[in-house]
Ligand binder design. Structure first.
Ligand code: ADP
Length: 241
């Protein structure tokens, strides 16, 4: 199942403005309300400093939330420059394990690693690639959240493909991908989740492509879906340049 091509830019822009209007206007409105409340607490004959401080705390929290939203939109439009170093794919996978352990156990997921030995190194940005793996793992966990009639299993595999590509895949036993969603999964702002942002997979795609790789999604023969990243090994990256 190939990822979708970029949608019509006008539609994307429309989606973007609706997203910003919803996600950023809401905290901005709340910031103004808390700011006004803060002024009222301070302007009392006996200023209520504790209440004023609580309003300021709320303002800080809302400001951080709004700036996180703006940051994630900007990272989609202009992915930050790659801090590329020589990396071992399996080390990257091991490094994200502590970061997802909590979600794995909270959702009663059994997580298995099947990592090939002796893989060649790749040239990549450790933090950005970790972000991709975390996203894929959390998506897999979320796709299994409502599954109660079979085991919730997440399998992370790495291997080498002929042609100079390393492959890492995240396979779940969740809902799988509905055919009508298949071509939109990687589009920015596409989400089927209540409260979802639809940014994770778009960000994954832009990071993997910035590494000269590709990301694919397909349904498994049994249950669930697999998300697969193909990344060039160092030799292949060097020849491509
Ligand atoms: P969000 O998680 O905010 O919805 P994403 O860009 O990460 O944003 O995902 C977009 C959509 O892709 C999800 O809403 C879901 O419909 C689908 N999706 C992502 N991962 C999976 C998965 N492992 N199994 C089935 N569907 C998935």
């Amino acid at each position: 199942m190939p990822h979708s091509e970029n949608a019509d830019p006008i539609i994307q822009l429309g989606q973007l403005s609706a997203y910003i209007a919803h996600e950023v206007n809401q905290p901005l409105g709340a910031i103004v309300t808390h700011g006004e409340a803060c002024l009222r607490w301070l302007n009392r004959e006996t200023p209520a400093y504790e209440e004023a401080a609580a309003s300021v705390q709320n303002i800080i929290g809302l400001g951080l939330r709004a700036s996180e939203i703006v940051r994630s939109i900007c990272s989609l439009a202009t992915p930050s420059a790659l801090q590329a170093t020589r990396l071992e794919l399996n080390d990257l996978v091991h490094d994200v394990m502590p970061l997802v352990r909590h979600d794995v156990s909270n959702h009663s997921v059994s997580l298995r690693l099947r990592l090939a030995r002796g893989l060649p190194p790749l040239l990549g940005d450790r933090v950005q690639l970790q972000q991709v793996f975390i996203n894929l793992i959390l998506n897999g966990i979320q796709a299994m959240a409502d599954i109660d009639d079979r085991p919730r299993e997440l399998l992370i595999e790495s291997c080498m493909e002929t042609g100079g590509f390393l492959i890492v895949s995240v396979r779940d036993t969740g809902t799988g991908i509905a055919p009508e969603h298949a071509y939109r999964l990687f589009d920015a702002f596409f989400t089927t989740k209540r409260g979802g942002k639809g940014i994770g997979l778009a960000m994954c795609r832009s990071i993997i492509e910035a590494h000269g790789g590709i990301i694919l999604a397909f349904n498994n023969a049994g249950h669930g879906a697999t998300f697969q990243c193909r990344l060039p090994v160092i030799e292949a990256t060097a020849t491509a340049e």
